[in-house]
Design a protein around this ligand. Structure first.
Ligand code: GLU
Length: 436
């Protein structure tokens, strides 16, 4: 039976509630989303036939601000997953203190199987179906797994058209642009949004190393998408040794470390992580000095990426990767969760026993939504910040959040996940009580 991510989110909430003796009513409120919207999106396929896609938007809590969170396009998307992801968004926004609530969307689809035209029609179809409950002050989606700035651009355009038709007037920029974040730079996107999830994680990791008095070392990364690849690149540039990366097809291990840009070049050409053009061309070894580098690199079984003997393990793919089945074999000192929900509660118990520090998703990957908030803010105020300004604002926020979480974890004699949960739930409680 696959783990239900929403049950995992609730178990984590129970751990927090026990520690702080949370009011029953607040627990009840936080354990359920405020609203669940299910949509059927009909899309005219290139064949001329209509195909119907299942879509969800879960609005978890808006006591601290408009619902905020990405839209995921993935074949296994279901309601329980989207509920969990929306729940974690409320907590994530509260951990960094940005004035946003939590929501999440998903469409059950493999976007790689759609043509560009079909993808555009699906995305526009979603924005049309969702136009009534989206809006800068209501609910503000963003990219997530397998969605990107192009998809956000289509959605914002369709949202504008739909609203203008309904309202029979032109919308001001501030009425439609901040409705979605993670847009392209030419279309109201923020500088630094594309690297924000990884960058925020790197700031947090830096603070964690200081607090734990550890040095930078070796890193293994599961997932080579926006979060995983950028994290690999930023950490490589800072002097960490990236010894392994993986994607949905393969896992590559290089004892001497790898250059993430070279791996990305290979992936663009051959569709998966790798370094050696010579392998693709059938040669066994590379000539020294040539651009490829086979020495010390090999493919390993994908599940091995999580149990390598490294200093830092970064799950940057999907939920339920570190489970009770493999947590005992995890050898990393620190786990930096760039994915949402990669560790199950049962695995957390084992990690705690093994004294492995898991920096939880709601803290480690909060840089993405934080820069989304900066984008929303810039759109609202008609401002454009430089990349430098974005990083200058993100860095202290992430570092401070880590320090607060660390302090709470110590105070309550618990792990960082429960520490982050305590910080978030207390902030949510305060906002909920103010409302009612
Ligand atoms: N999808 C990202 C997350 O899980 C970003 C959400 C956003 O930018 O609103 O945090």
């Amino acid at each position: 039976m696959p783990q239900n991510p929403h049950q995992n989110a609730l178990k984590q909430l129970e751990d927090v509630a026990k520690k702080i003796k949370l009011d029953k009513e607040i627990f009840e409120i936080l354990s359920k989303p405020q609203r669940i919207i299910m949509m059927q999106i009909p899309v005219k396929m290139d064949s001329g036939k209509i195909q119907i896609f299942e879509a969800y938007r879960v609005e978890h809590n808006n006591a601290r601000g408009p619902y905020k969170g990405g839209i995921r396009y993935f074949p296994q998307v279901d309601l329980n997953e989207v509920k969990a992801l929306a729940h974690w968004m409320s907590l994530k926004c509260a951990v960094t203190g940005i004035p946003m609530g939590g929501g999440k969307g998903g469409i059950t689809v493999d976007p790689h199987k759609l043509s560009s035209g079909e993808l555009e029609r699906l995305s526009r179809g979603f924005a049309r179906a969702a136009a009534d409950f989206l809006g800068p002050e209501k609910d503000v989606p963003a990219p997530d797994v397998y969605t990107n700035s192009q998809i956000m651009d289509w959605m914002v355009d369709e949202y504008k058209k739909t609203k203008e038709k309904q309202l029979k007037r032109k919308l001001k920029k501030s009425e439609y642009l901040p409705t979605l974040t993670g847009k392209s730079l030419g279309n109201g996107g923020s500088k630094g949004r594309d690297i924000a999830t990884a960058q925020g994680g790197v700031f947090v990791l830096d603070e964690a190393l200081k607090a734990l008095k550890k040095k930078k070392g070796t890193v293994a990364i599961q997932g080579f998408g926006n979060a995983g690849y950028v994290a690999a690149k930023l950490l490589h540039d800072k002097g960490f040794k990236i010894v392994a990366v993986s994607d949905s097809r393969k896992a590559l291990y290089c004892a001497d470390g790898l250059d993430p840009d070279k791996v990305m070049k290979y992936k663009e050409k051959f569709g998966t992580v790798g370094l050696c053009d010579c392998k693709a061309s059938g040669k066994k070894t590379c000539k020294s000095g040539s651009s490829c580098n086979c020495q010390g690199c090999k493919y390993i079984p994908q599940n091995k990426i999580l149990t390598l003997d490294v200093d830092v393990l970064i799950p940057a793919a999907l939920e339920n990767q570190i489970t009770k089945a493999n947590a005992n074999k995890v050898k990393a000192d620190i786990i930096l969760e760039l994915a949402n929900g990669p560790t199950t509660p049962e695995a957390d118990v084992i990690l705690r026993r093994k004294k492995i520090t898991a920096i939880p998703d709601i803290l480690a990957n909060a840089g993405g939504v934080t820069v989304s908030y900066f984008e929303w803010y810039q759109n609202m105020k008609n401002e454009k910040w430089s990349e430098d300004k974005v990083a200058r604002k993100l860095s202290p926020l992430m570092r401070q959040s880590f320090r607060e979480v660390y302090k709470l974890a110590k105070k309550y004699k618990t792990d960082l996940r429960t520490g982050a949960g305590i910080l978030a739930v207390k902030r949510l409680e305060e906002a909920i009580k103010k409302q009612s």
